[in-house]
Design a protein around this ligand. Structure first.
Ligand code: GRG
Length: 303
């Protein structure tokens, strides 16, 4: 791709992200109890973290998949919002003193710093529970609904899911780690939820087995690339750009790609993963363009 073409497509995808984020934020606002709903403190804490300004990459990937497969995304909005609630829940708990002990997230004080640990734990629990309520209310057949719920449980669960990845992330901290452990952590704690975003959007769009397989391959590669870029940004990004304290992975002796492979090799791996993810979209032809651009965005993002 020529340089000016690259700039143009980056600009287009940032504009696409901005528009889709607006759609997701408006729906999240409708789906979540108001700040004034009793017990107010809990709903304030849930909304404080949810509306702190995340990129909404998981819901946007789900919506873009639905658009690529069926040309519209209305059936997918419950899934998109549920994914963002689950993701925000994971951030709230990840930031707790018992885990990564972070003071800033999404450019503001972390939930426990603002509301105290008890309310932060419950706000996370509340978002997770609300996400499953939304999934149970998806306007699709009961069979598809159950498939989506089952898939999300697997993706965030204890065998190669987000919880599993977080456990290995915690237990390898400050210890020597292997390349297999590192890939397991990243694939589970981050890629699993990203992969399931496109997988479940495929289920809701009645995609066939082969299409689902290709979407999963795309999501797994994009998800792994996303976490490696997160590692890279922790080294070279600023706290202002990231909205959280940078340099913490090194300080905490975390298992990261730059720590094992160095920065240059980590960037090469990201590039290879993005190309691999785009190849998996071949079955979509030109309808896969937005998903392809989202994959490229993941590798060049600065926040
Ligand atoms: C079962 C979902 C679940 C969680 C329980 C706490 C925990 C176990 C897991 C933590 C997982 C975690 C925080 C992984 C890091 C993923 C990651 C790259 C976060 C940053 O995502 P962005 O850049 O953030 O999309 P924004 O703020 O833009 O949404």
């Amino acid at each position: 791709m020529r340089v000016d073409k690259k700039v143009e497509s980056n600009f287009r995808i940032i504009e696409y992200l901005r528009r889709q984020k607006e759609v997701v934020d408006q729906q999240l606002d409708e789906f979540l109890p108001a700040d004034s709903t009793y017990p107010e403190l809990l709903h304030q804490a849930m909304r404080y973290s949810l509306f702190a300004g995340g990129k909404r990459i998981r819901p946007v990937l789900a919506l873009a998949t639905a658009e690529a497969l069926q040309g519209e995304c209305k059936r997918t909005i419950h899934l998109a919002c549920a994914l963002e609630m689950i993701h925000t829940y994971s951030l709230i708990h990840d930031d707790l003193p018992a885990m990564d002990n972070d003071d800033y997230r999404r450019g503001q004080l972390t939930c426990h710093k603002k509301f105290g640990e008890g309310i932060a734990i419950l706000a996370g629990n509340g978002l997770l529970t609300h996400a499953f309520r939304l999934l149970s209310e998806m306007p699709v057949s009961a069979e598809i609904r159950i498939q989506v719920v089952n898939q999300i449980c697997r993706a965030i669960g204890t065998e190669h899911g987000v919880i599993a990845g977080q456990v290995v992330d915690l237990t390898t901290q400050g210890r020597p780690f292997s390349s297999q452990q590192l890939e397991y952590i990243h694939a589970s704690k981050t890629a699993a939820l990203i992969e399931t975003s496109v997988h479940c959007a495929g289920l809701l769009s009645d995609a066939g087995e082969r299409a689902i397989e290709q979407l999963r391959a795309y999501g797994a590669s994009v998800g792994l690339a996303f976490q490696i870029v997160d590692d890279i940004l922790d080294v070279e990004g600023s706290s202002e750009e990231l909205g959280k304290t940078s340099g913490k992975d090194t300080l905490d002796e975390k298992a990261t790609y730059p720590a094992l492979y160095g920065m240059e090799k980590s960037r090469e791996i990201v590039h290879e993963l993005v190309e691999k993810s785009i190849t998996a979209l071949n079955f979509l032809g030109s309808r896969g363009e937005v998903l392809g651009e989202l994959a490229r965005f993941v590798s060049v993002r600065r926040f």
